[in-house]
Design a protein. Structure first.
Length: 368
């Protein structure tokens, strides 16, 4: 920029109350005209000391707290914890329970991505996608309510299995839901994906190179959007994911549009997984035999899963008692948000909502 056009830099607070910051995130922007010189995220407005609280709760009391981190994918929050505990205690989970977990996990991924799609459109000035997203999300929440009695924080997973069996009509209702989603994806294409204005707002914006993605520890759609085909379900499978046939969507340029398409295609791939799981669902027990008193042996364990936002890991240190000695969560939203200063540098201020939306972070997952 020439000296003639250069203006005095000034600071602007974006958030913590702002519709495009996905909750109580504050971005301290240094601007030179309409150009972002620096964007520094300030977090902590939603901090609840969850990890320290869990060190003072018995193991059976942990799951409801995990639901309240990534509240758009609460089922996914529960799974790494129960898998970690089962590995620590050498518990073999019945096959039916494992299959149910896969079904619920992938349905929650679809519901989360559909909700993100609606929010993302709204952040770019399109109101209708929000209505569409809520419409499909409601159908998914009806399924979760039928098995857990809840529509947001489910408390469904259990150490050794799941809390309740699937209702008899659940498989058919799940198939109907998948059919609805597949049909509506055509509307999504007409409304957003193939929209010229949308493409101009997202292509070649917020580019993240593969090197940057790795250096910042990105995962999930943020990593795969930069062209790196890494998915925990393939690289370090759990719950029998190695027996399911699905592809790993990935981008090429690493821009906002690539990250959008990765999540869009993950809806399709998750639908494939659910269909396969429903076909292989067999009768049987939904809970393993576990001791009434949950007190794992001394040791430590880290277990990770592929949540809708990336690698979600739980680290537990046991001293042999009924409460965790140390409890730590590796939250994907926290790691993915860390690249915000790098990816927002030198962009137009008007492009910030698109870049922020493409990161798809949840503040409950960031602050904990």
């Amino acid at each position: 920029m020439s000296d003639i056009l250069k203006t005095e830099e000034f600071l602007v607070n974006m958030g913590p109350q702002h519709p495009a910051t996905h909750g109580v995130l504050r971005l301290l922007l240094t601007l030179n005209g309409e150009i972002v010189v620096r964007a520094v995220p300030h977090i902590g407005y939603l901090h609840r000391s969850t990890e320290k609280i869990l060190e003072n709760r018995e193991y059976i009391q942990v799951i409801p707290y995990l639901d309240r981190m990534d509240y758009l994918a609460a089922m996914c929050n529960e799974l790494p914890y129960v898998l970690a505990m089962e590995k620590l205690m050498n518990i073999e989970v019945p096959e039916r329970a494992q299959t149910i977990r896969v079904i619920i996990f992938e349905l929650n991924r679809i519901v989360s991505h559909v909700m993100w799609w609606g929010n993302f459109g709204l952040e770019l000035g399109a109101f209708t996608p929000m209505l569409y997203g809520f419409r499909e999300r409601e159908e998914g929440l009806n399924l979760f309510e039928s098995i857990s009695g809840q529509r947001l924080t489910y408390n469904y997973m259990r150490i050794g299995g799941v809390a309740r069996n699937l209702p008899e009509d659940f498989p058919q209702k799940a198939k109907n839901f998948l059919k609805i989603v597949k049909e509506k994806l055509k509307d999504y294409d007409d409304l957003i994906t193939n929209n010229v204005i949308f493409q101009q707002r997202t292509k070649n914006i917020g580019i993240i190179t593969p090197e940057l993605a790795i250096n910042y520890g990105l995962s999930g759609p943020m990593l795969r959007g930069s062209g790196i085909k890494w998915d925990v379900r393939k690289g370090d499978p759990y719950c029998g994911y190695e027996h399911y046939d699905f592809e790993i969507p990935a981008g090429e340029k690493g821009d906002v549009f690539d990250r959008y398409m990765v999540r869009y295609n993950e809806i399709i791939q998750s639908s494939r997984i659910v269909e396969q799981a429903l076909e292989k669902l067999k009768a049987g027990d939904i809970m393993a035999k576990i001791p009434k008193k949950i007190a794992p042996p001394k040791g430590e364990i880290y277990f990770r899963v592929e949540s809708p936002r990336g690698e979600l890991g739980v680290y537990i240190v046991s001293d042999g008692g009924t409460k965790p000695y140390r409890f730590k969560v590796r939250a994907p939203s926290f790691c993915n948000l860390s690249i915000s200063e790098e990816v927002m540098k030198d962009c137009f201020m008007a492009d910030l909502p698109a870049i922020i939306g493409s990161i798809d972070f949840i503040l409950g997952d960031v602050d904990r």
